[in-house]
Design a protein around this ligand. Structure first.
Ligand code: SAM
Ligand code: SF4
Length: 457
C-alpha cells in the first residue's frame, strides 16, 4: 500500500539525479513556481540540492511572493491543548514514551478541560489543537469526543473556542466518523519519517506499523473528514528525502480525492526530559527555512503550520516565507496552562505570551487572525480548494481576519498593541478592493465595537 503513496526508489533516484543543479535549471524552476501551480518531484529535488547563496536568496524571494499572493498578510494563531499523556508507544523521540517510568501519567478531567479551555479563552485564543498520547484504555474515542464536546461548550466571559483541530494517533474509519460528528476542524497526523526502515527503528507499539500511519488520512477521508493535515518530524531522516516524500503524499491525496492536504506541519526535533535519542539528521536553521520555502513553492495552496518548537527569530522569517498558521503561548504538558510544569512532551523555544507574539507579528506588518469562518460555513475540503485555487479565498479571509482581530483588540489588547493593531487594521481594510465588501466589513467592525461578537462572512 505504502508504495502507492511513497515511491522510495523514485525519490532516491531523483535526489541523485538532481545533485548538482545548474543556475539555468533553478531559474527555470523558480519561474514556473511563480505561476503557483506547484512543482514536480524532480524540480523539488533540484531546489533541495541547491547551495548557491544568490539562487537561495531568489528562492526565498519567490516563496515570500507566493506566501503574500495566496495568504496575504494574515497569520492564523492557535494553541495546543494536551489532554492525556498516557501512551502505549515507545517512540524514541518523545517524552511520553513508555520507557518514561517516572512520569506520573495524567488525563484531564472534564472540570480540568473546562479550566484549561477558560484559561486559553481568557488570553484571546479561539482555535485549539487537541493533542493526546495513544492509549485505548485511558483515552479512547469516547473520552476524546467527550473532551471535544466539553471544549465547545465552555463559554468564557470573553468568548469561546470556535474550532478544535485534532492530533491523535492513527485510528479506524469508525473512530474518525466520531471525530467528524464531534465537529472537529482539521485532523492532523504526522508520518514522523517517511523512510520505512528508520520509521520501524524509532517506533515500538501499535504506532510502529508504518502502513497504519501512512494510510490514516485515507481512512479519515473515508469517514468524511476532508480537512486533513500531514507532517514530518524533521531530524529523524535526511530532510531532502522527507520533503519529496511529503509532497508525494500531498499529491497522492490530491489525485485520489481531488483535495490536497489542508495543512502541512513542519515540527523539528527538540530535546525532551527522558529522551536520549541521538538526532542523526539534525536540520540546521538555514536548511529548515529552505524546507519551508521549497514547500511553499511545491504546494502553494496548502497551509503551513509552525509551532513554538521554533524560537522567535526563526519564526519571524518563517512567517514571511511560507507559514500561514502558528501556535502561540503553548504548554506541551497535560494541564500545563496556568502552571509551571517540566514534564512536557518536548522543550519549546518560544516562551512569549500571546500578546508578545501578536506585538511582534504587528511589527512585521502582518495581521494576526483567529478566523474560523470557513469550516463553520462548510468551506472545507474540495469546496475550500475550489475557492482558494483561483484566489477567491482572499474575499473572505481578509475581512474575516480583520473582524477577528478587531474582537481581539476590543477584548484583550493593552494600549501599545491596541494602537499598533488599529493601524494594521486600517491598512488592510483599505486594501479590500470591493467597495461593498469593505463597507460591510466596516459595518461589522462597528457592531463588534458595540459588543456584538463572532461576525464573519
Ligand atoms: N500521539 C499522537 C501521535 O504520535 O501521532 C499524537 C501526536 S503527538 C502528541 C504530537 C507530535 O509531537 C508527534 O506526532 C511528533 O511529531 C511530535 N514530537 C514528539 N516528540 C517530539 C520532540 N522531542 N520534538 C519535537 N516534536 C516531537
Ligand atoms: Fe506516544 Fe505520540 Fe509520544 Fe509517540 S509521539 S510516545 S505515540 S505521544
Amino acid at each position: 500500500m505504502e508504495y502507492n503513496i511513497i515511491n522510495k526508489e523514485k525519490i532516491d533516484t531523483i535526489l541523485n539525479k538532481t545533485k548538482i543543479p545548474s543556475a539555468k535549471t533553478v531559474l527555470e524552476i523558480l519561474t514556473k513556481a511563480r505561476q503557483r501551480n506547484g512543482l514536480d518531484l524532480e524540480e523539488i529535488g533540484y531546489l533541495a540540492n541547491l547551495e548557491e547563496a544568490e539562487l537561495l536568496e531568489e528562492l526565498f524571494k519567490v516563496a515570500s511572493e507566493i506566501k503574500n499572493e495566496i495568504y496575504g498578510e494574515r497569520l492564523v494563531l492557535f494553541a495546543p491543548l494536551y489532554i492525556s499523556d498516557f501512551c502505549v508507544n515507545d517512540c524514541e523521540y518523545c517524552n511520553f514514551h513508555t520507557r518514561n517510568k517516572q512520569l506520573r501519567r495524567k488525563r484531564l478531567t472534564l472540570k480540568e478541560v473546562e479550566e484549561q479551555t477558560k484559561f486559553l479563552i481568557d488570553i484571546g485564543h479561539k482555535r485549539l489543537l487537541l493533542e493526546s498520547g495513544e492509549d485505548l484504555v485511558n483515552s479512547d474515542i469516547n473520552y476524546v469526543v467527550s473532551i471535544i464536546d466539553k471544549i465547545y461548550s465552555v463559554k468564557g466571559e470573553k468568548g469561546d473556542i470556535r474550532r478544535v483541530n485534532v492530533n491523535i494517533a492513527a485510528t479506524t474509519v469508525d473512530n474518525y466518523r466520531r471525530l467528524k460528528q464531534a465537529r472537529i476542524g482539521t485532523y492532523q497526523l504526522f508520518q514522523e519519517t517517511y523512510h520505512h526502515q528508520t520509521y520501524e527503528k524509532l517506533h515500538c507499539g501499535p504506532k510502529a506499523d508504518y502502513d497504519r500511519q501512512i494510510t490514516a488520512h485515507d481512512r479519515a477521508f473515508e469517514a468524511g473528514l476532508d480537512d486533513l493535515g500531514i507532517g514530518v518530524l524533521f531530524g529523524l531522516y535526511d530532510w531532502r528525502f522527507e520533503v519529496l516524500a511529503l509532497v508525494s503524499h500531498a499529491q497522492y491525496l490530491d489525485e485520489k480525492y481531488c483535495v490536497g492536504p489542508h495543512t502541512i506541519s513542519v515540527p523539528r526535533f527538540r530535546p525532551a526530559p527522558t529522551v536520549t535519542y541521538n538526532c542523526k539528521y539534525p536540520v540546521s536553521d538555514d536548511d529548515f527555512l529552505k524546507i519551508i520555502a521549497i514547500l511553499r513553492l511545491a504546494v502553494p495552496y496548502t497551509g503551513m503550520i509552525l509551532s513554538t518548537r521554533e524560537g522567535p527569530e526563526i519564526r519571524k522569517i518563517a512567517f514571511k516565507i511560507g507559514i500561514s498558521q502558528a501556535s502561540a503561548f503553548s504548554a506541551t504538558s497535560v494541564g500545563g496552562y496556568g502552571k509551571r510544569r517540566s514534564d512536557g512532551q518536548f522543550m519549546i523555544s518560544d516562551e512569549r505570551t500571546l500578546e508578545e507574539v501578536i506585538d511582534s507579528v504587528l511589527n512585521d506588518n502582518l495581521l494576526p487572525s483567529f478566523c474560523t469562518a470557513c469550516y463553520r460555513r462548510g468551506r472545507t475540503g474540495e469546496a475550500f480548494m475550489n475557492l482558494s485555487k483561483p484566489g477567491e479565498i482572499h474575499n473572505f479571509c481578509r475581512p474575516n481576519g480583520i473582524l477577528t482581530f478587531v474582537e481581539y483588540l476590543e477584548d484583550f489588547a493593552t494600549d501599545d498593541v491596541l494602537e499598533k493593531g488599529r493601524k494594521i487594521i486600517n491598512l488592510y481594510l483599505s486594501k479590500i478592493e470591493d467597495e461593498d465588501l469593505r463597507r460591510q466589513t466596516q459595518e461589522r467592525m462597528a457592531k463588534i465595537k458595540k459588543g456584538e461578537r463572532d461576525l464573519y462572512f
